[in-house]
Design a protein around this ligand. Structure first.
Ligand code: URA
Ligand code: SF4
Length: 208
């Protein structure tokens, strides 16, 4: 109750833009909004929206393209074949899914797993931005070209960008291949394993 009164007082005093305004946003609130969202056409064909999951104090956040069939059925990110590989790669460097945060550029499955359209990614973007602002990860890993396009101001593809960290606004970005790519092209699995080793070193260096 006091919080509502404080917010009302802040807005009466035109303090709502004051940087000390108390944020009442939360990861749970984002998820509650995502599961009923109808801001783009993908809501018409989804079974379940997939907000994301993991630790709300994660030091590293993984961003994929969008839910696939299994994710759409279960409402959880990366639980199909690509997800199994992601879980294995995490484990190979001593990380558990619960230690990291995993989400996607769009929270609803595109029909037949097509690439999300620009307007869909734009409609969904505020959710990703709120998740980033709430979790404040030290390292963000965009996985694959859709996530790279959404998060990194570069026209380069994942082939050029993967495995090389760079910093922007005090956040380290570490682009990676999408694990689904390694299911199609076996040789990429080795590359992903090496990138995860690099990520391990990066996490140790940025967070001590
Ligand atoms: N592919 C993605 O990009 N995201 C998922 O959650 C699953 C597969
Ligand atoms: Fe809403 Fe994002 Fe789902 Fe579109 S993809 S309906 S913007 S949650």
């Amino acid at each position: 109750m006091w919080l509502r009164e404080l917010k009302a007082a802040q807005s009466r005093l035109k303090w709502s833009r004051c940087p000390t305004t108390i944020s009442t946003d939360s990861i749970e609130k984002v998820a509650d909004e995502v599961v009923v969202c109808a801001k783009c056409r993908l809501c018409e064909t989804r079974k379940h929206a997939v907000p994301g999951e993991g630790s709300s104090s994660a030091r590293v956040m993984f961003v994929g393209e969008g839910p696939g069939q299994q994710e759409d059925i279960q409402g959880r990110p990366f639980v199909g074949d690509a997800g199994k590989l992601l879980t294995e790669l995490l484990q190979s460097v001593g990380l558990r899914r619960e230690d990291v945060y995993i989400t996607n550029v769009v929270k609803c499955r595109p029909p037949n797993n097509r690439t999300p359209r620009k307007d869909e990614a734009a409609a969904c973007r505020p959710y990703l931005e709120r998740q980033l602002a709430l979790i404040r990860p030290k390292v963000i890993c965009p996985m694959g070209n859709s996530a790279i396009r959404a998060l990194v101001e570069s026209e380069e593809s994942v082939t050029a960008l993967h495995g090389v960290p760079f910093e922007k606004d005090s956040i380290t970005y570490f682009p990676m291949y999408h694990p689904a790519a390694a299911l199609y092209t076996a040789s990429l699995k080795r590359v992903m394993e090496e990138d995860f080793q690099k990520l391990r070193g990066l996490l140790d260096s940025v967070t001590g």
